[in-house]
Design a protein around this ligand. Structure first.
Ligand SMILES: *[C@@H]1O[C@H](CO)[C@@H](O)[C@H](O)[C@H]1NC(C)=O
Ligand SMILES: *[C@@H]1O[C@H](CO)[C@@H](O)[C@H](O)[C@H]1NC(C)=O
Ligand SMILES: *[C@@H]1O[C@H](CO)[C@@H](O)[C@H](O)[C@H]1NC(C)=O
Ligand SMILES: *[C@@H]1O[C@H](CO)[C@@H](O)[C@H](O)[C@H]1NC(C)=O
Length: 423
């Protein structure tokens, strides 16, 4: 326990020191000419993405240009267009005018979303005649019809904010079909991304309906991979009651749109769909560089891959099953123990489906036998020593059920960026 508390402490320090670099919302807040742009950065949650990165250039649009871009486009389209204005490199005025050979392609945030085919996530910066600098999509045949107008603010070499005259439009970016909640086939997407077990569980348990009812307002899902369910020591789900299984699956989702940049900047524990009066069922987010880890208090899991990030729905894969401490915790009387099953266990969010807890029995019996007692039955109930032995046995039992504890905490990965760059 001492080692993991220390690790937790170190991670806390790392994540805090990484997350306070800059605040784009604050930087633009005193400048009314960018108020519309700033407002869309917040609405699309791109501000969190900008703030969570260390070397970045934000090309901003004055209100008139922003207003014509926003037009009648859905937020998902605006988000894509604005992510093309976030350059993953530091450009100030002198660097702009000093581009070798006078032209370069630079990577943008759009490239990291997985929504940008080919080189559509890159921007062409070219020194034009007369000291002007032009910006355009890297797609062949694109015009450089946006130009640098002025420098807004710099924190060298962390963030540079530059004004440009017009949005950079990549081919097709404005006409991408807006994803409506009913367009997203969650189970099909999950199956395609190696999460067949999870897809099947949410279908048979009825939790899929809960997810679907949240999708219009915003939904974030953390889907464990098929490997996570097969991992040695993964909990035996057939030992859970229906209500516990529903709670466990609801614990793998958040109400609201929480893309990766927003996760990275989450400071307080975040509530899940399982959160209700009877339990916190929350998650703590730890960030180290590009690696994001979710900590349940019992185990932790790396956020591995983005399955879909389309405002307002975001689905990630995770390496381990997330085990809420309310169900798998190390308290002397574990929640899934004997005792009457609470009738109102699933949160009110389940109500859209009349009988959500009815599932196919995975084994001969759905009802589990009571969890084994933490200490051996006949253990003499002596004094402090026995108590200590008991609690050791207790944490041993927890570790058996959640052996992934801290396994992935130290994993440092640039998965999101490298995947995008390689594709
Ligand atoms: C730039 O970012 C680094 C890392 O977050 C930070 O230590 C440094 O203070 C920042 N520089 C400025 C001038 O804010
Ligand atoms: C950034 O600044 C805005 C406006 O000043 C503030 O509301 C917001 O909480 C800040 N964000 C962070 C992550 O500190
Ligand atoms: C940028 O665009 C201009 C004009 O289309 C083109 O001549 C130039 O080669 C492009 N730069 C790069 C690095 O592709
Ligand atoms: C979603 O995909 C699954 C396959 O995973 C398919 O069985 C189902 O019919 C699809 N649902 C809709 C509404 O298209």
């Amino acid at each position: 326990m001492g080692a993991s508390s220390l690790l937790l402490f170190l991670l806390l320090i790392v994540s805090v020191s990484l997350s306070v670099a800059h605040n784009i919302t604050d930087m633009l807040s005193g400048m009314p000419e960018y108020s519309l742009f700033n407002s869309y950065l917040t609405q699309t949650k791109l501000a969190d993405e900008v703030n969570s990165r260390q070397t970045i250039t934000c090309l901003v649009l004055p209100n008139a240009a922003m207003s014509s871009l926003a037009g009648n486009h859905p937020l998902s389209v605006i988000k894509n267009a604005l992510s093309l204005l976030v350059l993953l490199d530091y450009y100030d005025t002198s660097k702009l005018h000093d581009i070798s050979k006078g032209t370069t392609l630079t990577t943008t945030l759009y490239q990291t979303t997985g929504n940008a085919p080919g080189n559509l996530g890159f921007v062409n910066i070219t020194d034009l005649k007369g000291g002007k600098v032009g910006f355009g999509s890297a797609a062949t045949g694109s015009k450089l019809d946006s130009t640098y107008t002025k420098s807004v603010k710099q924190i060298p070499y962390n963030i540079s904010v530059l004004e440009i005259s017009a949005p950079i439009i990549a081919p097709g970016i404005l006409t991408a079909p807006p994803p409506s909640a009913s367009d997203v086939n969650v189970t099909a997407l999950l199956e395609k991304h190696g999460c067949k077990t999870f897809a099947s569980l949410i279908q048979t348990s009825g939790v899929l309906k809960v997810y679907q009812s949240e999708m219009a307002k915003g939904l974030t899902v953390f889907a464990p991979s098929d490997e996570a369910f097969k991992a040695p020591g993964a909990p035996d789900l057939s030992k859970l009651t229906n209500a516990e299984l529903v709670t466990l699956l609801q614990y793998h989702a958040l109400a609201g749109y929480t893309p990766i940049g927003t996760l990275k900047t989450a400071k307080a524990p975040i509530s899940t769909l399982a959160t209700n009066g009877a339990g916190k069922y929350d998650l703590t987010v730890k960030t180290a560089g590009d690696s994001v880890t979710l900590d349940t208090g019992v185990d932790s899991s790396r956020v591995a891959d983005t399955v879909i990030d389309n405002t307002p729905v975001c689905i990630f894969t995770v390496d381990n099953i997330l085990l809420p401490s309310e169900l798998f915790g190390k308290s002397p009387s574990p929640a899934p123990g004997p005792g009457p099953e609470p009738v109102s266990s699933p949160s009110p969010a389940v109500s859209p489906s009349p009988a959500p807890v009815v599932i196919e029995a995975p084994g001969p019996s759905i009802k589990s036998p009571p969890a084994p007692p933490l200490a051996p039955e006949g253990a003499p109930a002596e004094a402090p020593v026995a108590e200590a032995a008991k609690s050791t046995a207790g944490s041993g039992a927890v570790d058996l059920r959640a052996p992934a504890l801290w396994k992935t905490v130290a994993t440092v990965s640039a998965a999101f960026v490298t995947r995008a760059l390689l594709s």
